[in-house]
Design a protein around this ligand. Sequence first.
Ligand code: PLP
Length: 436
Amino acid sequence: MKSTTLPGPKAKKVIERDSAVLSSSYPRGSAFVMDHGRGSEVWDVDGNRYIDFASGIAVCSTGHCHPKVVEAIKKQTDSFLHISSDFYHPIWVDLAERIAGIAPFKEPAKVFISNSGTESIETAIKLARWRTGRQQFIGFYGAFHGRTMGSLAFTASKPVYRHGFLPLMGGVTHVPFPNPYRPILHSEDQRYGEAVVRFIEETVFAQVLPAEDCAGILVEPIQGEGGYVVPSDDFFPALRKLCDKYGILLISDEVQSGVGRTGKWWAIENWGVEPDIICSAKGLGSGLPIGATIARESVMQWPRGAHGNTFGGNPIACAAALTTLDLIENEMMQNAAEMGEYTLDALAEIQARHSTIGDVRGKGLMIGIEFVKDRESRIPAHDQRDQIEELAFQNGLLVLGCGKSTIRISPPLNIDKKLIDEGLGILEAAIQESEH
Ligand code: PLP
């Protein structure tokens, strides 16, 4: 670390200029002002080095500036930068074929390419309405699906996202997410996932939302912004059965959890369940903006002109995504699974030393550490979590909060043990200090 107090002088100046001219609505976390990054390390404009456990909200999947991704981008910039979706180009088809090849469906897949997570959700919403001829949906408390009027209608993790923006798209009924650490629905037999699915069928369908009007159920396999919440194992098989029974499309929002982050291409594969539609973005382009909505061929049947965009299929983003998928398949998915296990084991030891850690959970490199006032009451320790985030930043580690009192660990998928150890060391020191 170069500056003794952070942000350093150059960073301070950028932040001052930023607040004068950029929208005040951006959430912002720590006062990190990026200069450059390599792998799982980043440097700020004052020359301070940080380990990156956040990877730009789980975006820099192959690490910062992976040489092969940079090379693919540079190569494409020499040919052309844009042509629009009114025409065709090969690398767009290459990417769609590649994505279709890793889709977790028994039947062939079709792909719509966009520029962000929220657009991949909007596409899924429209497709589900079109395909089923139904208008209604089910979403989950704690969910985050984006900030445009359709995806925002499902987002239910914090009131700030909705306050002042109502009414949103109509037709979304929210139900509890099966969070085993914080069950909302009492479940005597402990099969909490099935309890939630029973609630949908026996209460929601029976009392407010006729099943035959329900087009789709939109769900994150592991809730991201809502707290890195892993559902109980019985949930997805039961949800799939419910969808089959009533002809409802199961839409898996893999914007944060997909593209190898959990050690599988798609997080829902951890439960052996096949969705009907997958939404992807974030890690797909290693930092270049790209989204994808992937559906079973029999589902993505809509007429020419029904849905499109100007920038979708941008050749530079496609080039970055193609190389990203190769790297993840050949080098990083296995690493994500192994480093995830390694990190969870290390965190179990850290948890044993700190009573304010209520819960540690995750799959692959999508790991949440939830802080509580005490383990009996499980009252969320919101301020302590924020303090830990800031202390970590002051000592050279970037982490992001999520949920009420959780810290997320979502580093690049090629991070090694040495950097994980160093990062966890900084994190534990921050936890220790926050407990005094
Ligand atoms: N879905 C999930 C699960 C997300 O985590 C996010 C973003 O954090 C989105 C959708 C929205 O993505 P974007 O910010 O690219 O619109």
